[in-house]
Design a protein. Sequence first.
Length: 83
Amino acid sequence: MKRLDDDIARAPTSKGKKKKRIRDIVKFVPFSELKRDPYMLAKEVLEEVPKQMLDYFSMRNIKPNPKRMDDKQQQVIQGLMHD
């Protein structure tokens, strides 16, 4: 497990060579130590997800969608524009 969860490990390629991993997608959590505390178990399991998601989006140059206004805000703005 330690080898899979190693942030600087090298992953084997299909040709048998090793190359540095771009992202660490494995998180080892000792279930036996956290099985009685579901909150801490979930916290540990999901700890790396936000950073991994942001790193992936950044690597792929994916930008967030612009914030949308709700219907009421849009009606107020349209009303102001027609006055």
